[in-house]
Design a protein around this ligand. Sequence first.
Ligand code: PEP
Length: 249
Amino acid sequence: TDAIRPLIAGNWKMNGLKASSAEFDAMLTGAAEVTAKADLLVCPPATLVAAFAEKVRGKAVAVGAQDCHPKASGAHTGDIAAEMLADAGATAVIVGHSERRADHGESDLFVKQKAEAAWRAGVIAIVCVGETQAQRDAGQTLDILRGQLNGSLPDGSNAANLVVAYEPVWAIGTGLTPTAKDVEQIHGFIRELLTSRFKSEGARMRILYGGSVKPSNAAELMAVPNVNGALVGGASLKAADFLAIAKGC
Ligand code: PEP
């Protein structure tokens, strides 16, 4: 009954050298088996975006990036503009990942500006939200998510230009995952917020689950209502695991 086409997105984080091309090639080879069911996106470090984008020409795999700066150019040493990512061949960019929110103090407003920058460059924004363990323990999960979504999603978000990724911080890289019941409740809550703000577009936006997704739990998580794919960290580094997750859709 869920007509939204799933997206399986890999976030390589700060992993990957030129030699990682072989693993990416293996993903491209295996992708043909899974792209009937789901869209596939790999977000390598920025240094590999251009080389990987060359490889996906004519293939059913897209290449994305992990962050962008709100501005198109200027005096921002070390930052990368969305226009530069688009120029390198990226078609999507992750913004507001919890590691960037934590490591770089990124606010909801800054994340929203990055999402708008992505659109300006013609790139899809994948906006990440999620509560910490302490917030969860304090019973604040839904309030935190409401605040992050209200603050990080720009007006004008639609099903084609924006993807939401729900990533509980305590589940990222820990091997812990929420129960399917918890995921259903939270994704249902996010869906309500999206439809109340973005109407029919909000009803069609993809809401990814992220946090310790692996081949052994992917099918159960992907079957949860309002879960429209996954954002995968560690398990996206290995072609066999990443493809097995996509097959679980
Ligand atoms: C992530 O950081 O986006 C993520 C989901 O990581 P992992 O799959 O390794 O938990």
